[in-house]
Design a protein around this ligand. Structure first.
Ligand code: HEC
Length: 243
């Protein structure tokens, strides 16, 4: 039995279908005409969701501030998804961004994939679908090959000097190289701010690449990893394998 939500305000059928009305997506709805039921399948917005260009500076600011609320994965996902909630509305509004928080510390402290990249992956997937994997691949290359962090917060929560190139998307290696360079411990205010700023950088780069993709200007510079190495892999082979 399908629940019927009675709108207290009248919505057009189009508003109901596109979710610009205030009603829950996926629920059975009464059209403005009052009779026709819209099925669950019809009301659900197709994947991927509509994308509108996100300002990279705004994405960075949100990510920096939100790192302190839910860490790296949540920070980057919200840097992209909060502006999309404002510009597009549903279904972004109903997506619980807090649900991706577990990516922190390379998945709850296991130091595997950096949470910023997992956060980017969630946002890119929702906005660009499976073809977005090419965009994510470029974000991961940029993360691994760039001297980070670059972002300068308006109100920094800690001061530090070091920037580092991770040569790897792994949290443990990325944060470890930076900690060694700065000479601080993991639970220091400097390390926290380094990761918050790095989240800002990844959110901004994700927005830049998604915007290029939306404009039809995106050109992948790299092939998929498994195709290159004939195995799933990171690129810093020598860090773990002796020659
Ligand atoms: C984060 C560390 C790490 C990195 C980086 C890494 N590997 Fe490995 N790799 C391992 C470990 C650990 C094993 C398992 C080795 C074993 O048990 O003998 C392995 C296994 C392998 C194997 C299969 C077993 C063998 O020795 O033939 C191949 C091939 C391989 N790696 C190639 C690469 C290549 C090529 C790269 C770079 C593109 C790479 N690895 C990067 C850690 C790493």
């Amino acid at each position: 039995m399908i629940d019927i939500i009675k709108p207290d305000k009248k919505f057009s059928r189009r508003e109901l279908l596109t979710g610009t009305g205030k009603l829950a997506i996926g629920a059975a709805l009464i059209s403005a005409g009052g009779a026709a039921l819209v099925s669950n399948a019809e009301a659900r917005v197709k994947y991927p969701w509509p994308y509108k260009k996100v300002d990279p500076d705004r994405a960075a600011e949100i990510a920096y501030e939100n790192w302190y609320k839910g860490f790296c994965c949540y920070a980057v996902a919200s840097g992209i998804l909060v502006p999309l909630r404002e510009m597009v509305g549903e279904p972004y509004t109903s997506f619980p961004i807090e649900a991706v928080k577990w990516g922190h510390g390379g998945v709850i402290g296991w130091g595997t994939m950096c949470g910023t990249l997992l956060g980017a992956g969630f946002a890119i997937s929702l906005a660009a679908g499976h073809p977005g994997e090419k965009v994510l691949n470029e974000v991961i290359h940029w993360y691994s090959e760039t001297e980070l962090p670059i972002y300068k917060p308006k109100n920094p929560k800690a001061v530090f000097k070091a920037t580092s190139v991770s040569n790897s998307p792994l949290c443990h290696i990325s944060v470890g190289k930076w900690m060694a360079k700065e000479g601080v411990k993991f639970f220091s205010p400097q390390r926290k701010d380094r990761c918050a700023r790095l989240a800002a950088d990844i959110a901004a780069e994700t927005a830049r690449l998604l915007n290029a993709w939306a404009d039809g200007r995106f050109k992948p510079a790299h092939a998929p990893q498994a195709k290159i190495h004939q195995m799933t892999a990171q690129n810093n082979c020598g860090d773990c394998h002796s020659k």
